[in-house]
Design a protein around this ligand. Structure first.
Ligand SMILES: Cc1cc2nc3c(=O)[nH]c(=O)nc-3n(C[C@H](O)[C@H](O)[C@H](O)COP(=O)(O)OP(=O)(O)OC[C@H]3O[C@@H](n4cnc5c(N)ncnc54)[C@H](O)[C@@H]3O)c2cc1C
Length: 345
């Protein structure tokens, strides 16, 4: 017997865009949700990795940022009163005798529900940290692995390291804001988009930023505040201290499915194999949607995740409420759906 169990219709693991839209789709069919995310905010990759960057391929939205999309998904889900549990990780999952699932979290919460929706994206993702002595003292004070608010870097001396899209994108986005910007990359060739490389080189030619081909060797500063980034030039091995208020290494992310990998679900590498007709996994009542799932033709795009959430919700309702009639139809015309949305006339 477990005390303080939270009983609900569905537990959603992951509050990324697909987890958030799953709340809406399950809610329309009358299923209540609790949502767990190990990040401290909703939005998954959209708010963690690119909150201020525009997305151009959401149907009917020619342009919106990761943060705007997240805000609207939250608003759309709000009629269904989802309960969020942030900064908490879904850890354990066991099947009960009655067929329901018991899910435990790292903060000690215990949920019981017939339906578990895994919308865990890439899983728990962590940035690859450069091996620099004392870097922990500066992290989240003047060394950052993501840009949450561009304004924080206004009039700051910024050093960015890396050769991929993140390093180039943030170089281009922060150059107009920073008082001084240097990009450090270990070789002349970049992995990022050729157009971004051209834009960056044009800024260098115009004297608006510096490009150093070399490696970051050390950090100088005190009490968490950086004063300089020490670099070694590739061409002649010369060392130089670049004055800096902020350093951003973009060396990629380490992605690990985390505890979800221990739940015994059928996987293909790090993705959960699902039936694309229902988004059911090989365990009854457990569904997987968004980047975390795989099936023939899977596209790792937000729009695909939205479709998966809608199909999943119908299958999950039929599984959880086999004796109940599902209310289906169009939100434009169905009065029961409109009542659930709180918009009935
Ligand atoms: C730089 C960049 C730009 C992109 N641009 C576009 C674009 O223009 N268009 C597009 O369609 N897609 C784009 N994408 C991809 C898009 O962001 C993903 O397809 C989308 O975020 C997937 O959503 P999701 O909800 O499945 O997963 P995620 O957004 O990854 O969210 C999953 C959430 O689950 C949480 N989680 C995982 N495991 C656990 C656990 N055990 N317990 C609790 N929480 C857990 C994670 O913390 C995370 O918040 C881009 C991605 C990046 C990195």
């Amino acid at each position: 017997m477990v005390d303080n169990v939270i009983r609900t219709d569905a537990v959603i693991v992951g509050a990324g865009p697909v987890g958030l839209f799953s709340i809406f789709q399950l809610g329309l069919l009358g299923l209540r949700c609790h949502v767990i995310d190990n990040l401290d905010r909703p939005g998954g990759q959209c708010t963690q990795l690119y909150p201020e960057k525009p997305i151009y391929d959401i149907p009917s939205r020619p342009k919106c940022t990761g943060q705007e999309l997240t805000d609207d998904l939250l608003k759309q889900a709000s009629p269904f009163d989802p309960v969020f549990h942030f900064s908490d990780q879904a850890e354990s999952l066991v099947r009960l005798e009655n067929g329901d699932w018991r899910l435990g979290t790292s903060m000690g919460l215990v949920f019981e529900a017939p339906v578990i929706v895994i919308a865990g994206g890439a899983g728990s993702f962590v940035p690859k940290r450069p091996r620099l002595e004392g870097i922990d003292d500066f992290e989240e004070k003047s060394v950052f692995y993501a840009v949450r608010r561009m304004e924080d870097f206004r009039d700051k001396r910024v050093v960015i390291a890396g050769g991929g899209d993140s390093a180039l994108d943030w170089t281009l986005n922060l150059q107009p804001i920073a008082s001084d910007l240097t990009l450090v990359h270990r070789r002349e060739e970049f992995r990022g988009a050729p157009d971004s490389v051209s834009q960056m080189r044009a800024l260098v030619d115009a004297g608006k930023m510096r490009l150093v081909i070399g490696t970051v060797e050390g950090l100088e500063g005190s009490d968490g505040q950086l004063h300089a980034v020490r670099v070694k030039h590739k061409a002649d091995g010369r060392e130089e201290d670049i004055p800096a208020d902020a350093f951003m290494p973009f060396f990629g992310l380490k992605i690990s499915l985390g505890p979800i990998a221990e739940w015994g679900l059928n996987r293909d590498h790090n993705r959960i194999v699902v039936d694309p007709g229902t988004f059911a996994t090989d365990q009854p009542g457990i569904y997987a949607v968004g980047d975390v799932c795989t099936y023939p033709g899977k596209l790792k795009l937000i729009l695909s995740g939205f479709h998966e959430a809608a199909v999943m919700a119908h299958a999950a309702f039929a599984y959880a409420r086999p004796d109940e009639k599902m209310v289906t139809g169009y939100t434009t015309t169905n009065s029961e759906l409109q009542q659930r949305l709180g918009v009935a006339g």
